[in-house]
Ligand binder design. Structure first.
Ligand code: UDP
Length: 322
């Protein structure tokens, strides 16, 4: 099998490339390194360039692939509110161009990184695939638009896809070779770990007046390798001729910001200095996935479901890069 991994130098993409390599796949990463790292691409071919560059896309796709996995998108909710142009251009326009280039080269399988943000404010939890889709920010809307386009592309052109809606991707390569390296970092677990390692003076907790047991937001943290194994199983399902499908990916267990901080204190043996700040705009109180469909249809089972292990792997990585 030969896979084009768009955005293979980023956090999730690089773990995916490593897993594909271990599974004996051939792959090529296409990444402009705007936020990814060349040294995170541990195997396969590498092309540095923007997937919005049509000429380059044509050249790369002409090499022949069985499928494309697409990780190259902008992911910050706040930024998407300030700069929606950037989000609609990259996450929607460039992705549609990618799909059209795939069609031209008869690459008809696509694994898409979607997000829990397509659901907007939860009407119930855990969130299953039937939950209403009402994104409340441009980021979520861009992802939903691509999901909708994919359904139309399947009907009209037979392009088969799996949309994987990530809840909170977290953790790091269990072997310690890869981890999260965003700049700027905005995600909770790496920020708390950077506080533990002394690179930040404190962690700001965004709101403690939510309707949750300890007043802080609850999220469903899913280990990066478990996310990647879902991609692998999704790819295999398409190779077997399965229909297009969308899956919610999480552990089904929610942990509050406070519980994450407590877990980091336990894992690192260090006291974390906290500062309670206002709520962050657009943060729902509770986001937890119902991933039964992925378990049933893909045979997917998270290998690292407990928060302690997720934090241990992330801490192992943080100590390497600190
Ligand atoms: N959070 C926080 N302080 C931070 C960063 C995040 O309290 O410095 C909270 C945030 O409000 C949310 C949770 O941690 O409830 C996870 O946020 P993150 O940005 O990691 O992921 P998101 O849920 O936005 O995808």
């Amino acid at each position: 099998m030969n896979v084009l991994v768009v955005g293979g130098a980023g956090y999730i993409g690089s773990h995916m490339v490593k897993m594909l390599g271990k599974l004996g796949c051939r792959m090529t990463t296409l990444d402009n390194l705007s936020s990814g790292h060349r040294d995170a691409v541990l195997c396969g071919g590498f092309v540095q360039g923007d997937f919005g560059n049509q000429t380059l896309l044509d050249q790369v796709l002409a090499r022949g692939f069985d499928a494309v996995m697409h990780f190259a998108s902008f992911i910050q909710v706040g930024e998407s509110l300030q700069h929606p142009d950037k989000y609609y251009q990259n996450n929607v326009v460039n992705t549609l161009n990618l799909l059209n280039a795939m069609r031209a080269h008869r690459v008809m399988r696509f694994i898409f990184s979607s997000t829990a943000a397509i659901f907007g404010e939860p009407q119930y939890t855990p969130i299953d695939e039937r939950h209403p889709q009402q994104p409340i920010n441009p980021y979520g809307r861009t992802k939903l638009m691509v999901e909708q386009a994919l359904a139309d592309y399947d009907k009209a052109y037979g392009l088969k896809s799996v949309c994987l809606r990530y809840f909170n991707a977290a953790g790091a390569d269990p072997e310690g070779l890869l981890g999260e390296r965003h700049d700027p970092e905005t995600h909770l677990i790496p920020l708390v770990l950077q506080t533990a390692s002394g690179h930040r003076p404190h962690i700001s907790v965004f709101g403690r007046d939510y309707d949750t047991p300890d007043g802080t937001c609850i999220r469903d943290y899913i280990h990066i390798n478990d996310l990647c194994s879902a991609h692998w199983q999704a790819l295999q399902s398409l190779m077997r001729g399965a229909d297009s499908q969308a899956y919610n990916l999480g552990n089904g267990n929610g942990f509050s910001v406070q519980e994450v901080i407590n877990t980091v204190e336990r894992v690192t043996g260090r006291k974390i200095s906290l500062e309670y700040g206002p709520r962050r705009a657009g943060d729902p109180a509770r986001l937890v996935a119902d991933s039964r469909l992925a378990r049933e249809k893909l045979g997917w089972t998270p290998q690292y479901p407990d928060l302690q292990t997720i934090v241990e792997h992330a801490w192992n990585w943080e100590q390497k890069v600190a």
